[in-house]
Design a protein around this ligand. Structure first.
Ligand code: CDP
Ligand code: MG
Length: 750
């Protein structure tokens, strides 16, 4: 993918202030004319471009003071009364009845697959059983979860059951947040954390047992861990591995690990009656609202669980249900509770609490409530039939988060949630034909649909040279692997033979996406690591700006003040520096409509990344020159560059695809339209939007991304470019083939 780029003298940038003034004038004018706000325009596109609920972004809201918050709650209740009820609850769980059999089979086998209905007690009890029967004398019990929320909420629950402070005997770890201590015996964590731990502790010697929970979700990290743990167990006879799974995958898992036993926890479930929609549903939010209200007004006792694809839809659904019920005279009260991974922890905890007497609960959730979290008392399920998935999109050459129909397996899992306490009903907002003919039987595992750059980097650094030979349960498509390797090659993490470079080795140390770790390391050379460190930390946290209802204009105005016309990245830097100047003040944040907790998290992330830099002997230095900072951003993101085509419209330099400035961007509608920009990510909604954009100098692109860009006129025609592209690719493939042959020869000789 080469592009001949016209290098045109860049205007602007020298006079940021001028542009800001222009922009302010223009905005004032616009507000005067329309009586509205600039950001108000985004509402139309907002519905589907929210951050992924499952993405690995850290979750500042929940994590902040999570432990303390939960502890307070625990302390509030009389300890004795609480212990008795919790003990009773533990003994009532289906898993309790087969406790001894389970422990016996674990004693007799290194690996087992454990199958049981959601809510049978696998996640909260198995760790405790292992602890109670002495396994923690030899090492920790680790339990992995594909989702951060589950890791935290389950750890909290187990710490209550064991009557200890969260973080002491029972703790959790998620990216950028370690709530464990020397005392920790039971550790809940995301699968990504265990994967990273295997880098420094390849035999997982800290653990006497590992439970890979929710393995049927087949998250990317779980799949990689499968391959690694299979080997670890063969090296370490004393390690116990327990893989929990939904029924349908058990045989496959058992085969993969060498025909290991499958242990089934007898469940207690009630029949659930499915109802399909008669005609295709046009707006699933609207349909879900109607259905929920109908249940609430007409049906007998029992709580409602509504499945929605993501946060934005959940918020809208909750709001509309509330509104419509308000309009209905004499309707009984309904407690409407959203749940998604970005929700603050205190609100999350609400879904587990019993509503006041006689009040029905309506929980509106993402697929987080499919298996990871159990809400008791649900009798009615309303299923939109959609979920959000990260899927590699070959057209744009990267992952895109989009809404997809769920699989039949998901649909059935969702339905099952209504049959835990008694017979239930499930209202599917899709037709029976949709279900039979259009839905996949099971999910496509993440490893087969996403970008693998991080995984490749990790496996390479574990010394796995030939990834095609790695023992994957379902190998990723070869194209995906090659593509990810190509991406790493572009970033300089792999050499032409596919081996890890010095830069690549350093990149592995950072729990970041490859481009971000590359940017951080490059910034050291360029002398602007202090600035880039802040920018990277800001990018690792969900949105810092907030826009409360009724104060849209005021918050937009405040936000505009921070904007650096040439870069969203620099805007972030600007915000952080101002906050630092205020003495990291909370009031300053609230005054400027900035999430306090988000900023505190940024500061924590920054410190953690800085610690890694220190340990890697990477200097943290400031250059004070923001043009150099932009150049450094360009050095990591030159492969995501675009050229100006029309007002607010750009074309991607590699794919030729049109893409647009996001309305929240500092560059949007500011009157300053740079010729070349790089972007952090693409969001597909109604259009392709570039999120987080920085204006760059055309020459930089040619200098930093010579594999894509050269100065104008070196190659004139399309076909010539295509030829050059093909020949470059062939050369690289040939080099890699030769390297492979050499490797094979070496293996044979050995
Ligand atoms: O893992 P599995 O789905 O088999 O069950 P679990 O997560 O261990 O949950 C067992 C029970 O613990 C649930 O039915 C809930 O009553 C309770 N629980 C809770 O109250 N709060 C949590 N965060 C997790 C579980
Ligand atoms: Mg569980």
């Amino acid at each position: 993918p080469t592009s001949d780029m016209a290098i045109i003298c860049r205007k602007g940038c020298q006079s940021v202030r001028k542009y800001r003034e222009q922009k302010e004038r223009r905005l004032a004018q616009e507000k005067f004319e329309l009586g509205g706000t600039k950001l108000g325009n985004i509402l139309g596109i907002k519905r589907r471009d929210q951050k992924d609920d499952q993405s690995e972004d850290i979750d500042y809201k929940k994590s902040q003071k999570f432990a303390e918050h939960m502890q307070e709650k625990t302390d509030a209740v009389s300890e004795f009364a609480r212990k008795r009820t919790l003990d009773e609850q533990r003994k009532f769980l289906p898993i309790y009845a087969i406790r001894e059999d389970l422990l016996k089979i674990i004693r007799e086998n290194s690996i087992i697959i454990c199958v049981g209905e959601t809510g049978s007690g696998k996640t909260t009890q198995m760790t405790q059983y292992l602890h109670e029967s002495g396994y923690t004398k030899r090492g920790m019990i680790g339990c992995t979860q594909p989702r951060r929320v589950a890791a935290m909420s389950v750890a909290k629950r187990v710490s209550e059951e064991m009557q200890c402070k969260l973080g002491d005997e029972v703790g959790y770890a998620i990216r950028f947040e370690d709530c464990t201590s020397d005392k920790t015996l039971i550790k809940y964590m995301t699968d990504g954390i265990l994967l990273r731990e295997s880098l420094t502790d390849p035999d997982l010697d800290h653990y006497s047992a590992v439970i890979m929970d929710e393995a049927h979700e087949r998250s990317l990290n779980t799949d990689v861990l499968f391959g690694l743990l299979r080997e670890v167990v063969s090296r370490r006879q004393d390690l116990k591995l327990i893989v929990t799974s939904a029924t349908m995958d058990a045989d496959k898992f058992s085969d993969f690990f060498g025909n290991v036993p499958i242990f089934i926890i007898p469940g207690r479930t009630f029949p659930v009656e499915p109802f399909f929609s008669k005609a295709c549903v046009e707006d699933y939010v609207d349909a879900a609202v109607k259905q929920s209200i109908q249940i609430h007004l007409g049906a007998g006792d029992g709580d409602i669980l509504v499945f929605m694809p993501g946060q934005e839809d959940i918020e809208v659904t909750c709001e509309v249900i509330k509104e419509r019920l308000n309009d209905l005279e004499g309707a009984k009260p309904l407690s409407i509770l959203p749940i998604y991974s970005q929700l603050p922890s205190d609100l999350q905890a609400k879904i587990f609490q019993k509503a006041d007497d006689g009040i029905r609960k309506c929980v509106v959730a993402t697929n987080i409530a499919e298996t990871s979290l159990t809400v008791d008392g649900i009798m009615y399920v309303v299923d939109s039939g959609y979920c959000k998935l990260k899927v590699y999109n070959p057209r744009i050459g990267m992952d895109a988060l989009q809404i997809y129909p769920v699989s039949q397996a998901n649909a059935n899992q969702r339905m099952g949630r209504a049959g835990r306490t008694g017979p239930g009903q499930c209202f599917r907002l899709y037709t029976e034909r949709n279900y039979r003919e259009e839905m996949l039987k099971t999910n496509v595992p993440e490893i087969q649909r996403t970008n693998l750059a991080n995984v490749v980097l990790l496996l390479k650094s574990l010394g796995i040279q030939d990834l095609l030979q790695f023992h994957f349960m379902d190998p990723p498509p070869q194209d995906n692997l090659m593509n990810s390797m190509y991406q790493l090659w572009i970033l300089g993490a792999l050499d032409n033979t596919g081996s890890l470079t010095q830069l690549g080795r350093q990149m592995v140390e950072f729990p970041l996406d490859p481009a971000l770790s590359q940017m951080l390391i490059t910034s050291v050379e360029m002398g602007c690591s202090s600035e880039i460190l802040i920018i990277v930390s800001m990018l690792s946290v969900p949105s810092i700006f907030f826009r409360p209802k009724g104060k849209e204009e005021e918050s937009d105005a405040k936000r505009e003040k921070f904007q650096v016309a040439e870069s969203d990245h620099l805007t972030f830097l600007h915000v952080y520096i101002q906050w630092k100047k205020s003495g990291y003040s909370n009031n300053w944040c609230s005054d400027h409509f900035i999430h306090v907790k988000a900023m505190r998290k940024v500061r924590e992330v920054r410190q953690q990344l800085k610690d890694i830099m220190d340990s890697q002997k990477l200097d943290v230095k400031s250059c004070g020159n923001w043009d150099i900072v932009r150049k450094c951003i360009c050095a990591a993101y030159f492969h995501q560059a675009a050229r100006l085509k029309g007002i607010g419209e750009y074309v991607n330099l590699r794919t030729g695809m049109p893409c647009h400035l996001h309305p929240t961007s500092a560059l949007f509608g500011c009157g300053f339209t740079p010729d070349y920009i790089v972007y952090h990510e693409l969001i597909m909604t109604t259009k392709e939007y570039m999120q987080c954009v920085t204006c760059v100098d055309g020459h930089w692109l040619a200098e930093l991304g010579p594999m894509f860009f050269s100065l104008k006129d070196s190659l004139k025609t399309r076909s010539e470019r295509a030829r050059k592209e093909t020949s470059e690719k062939l050369t690289m493939e040939e080099e890699m083939r030769l390297a492979q042959e050499k490797l094979n020869r070496m293996k044979e000789e050995a």
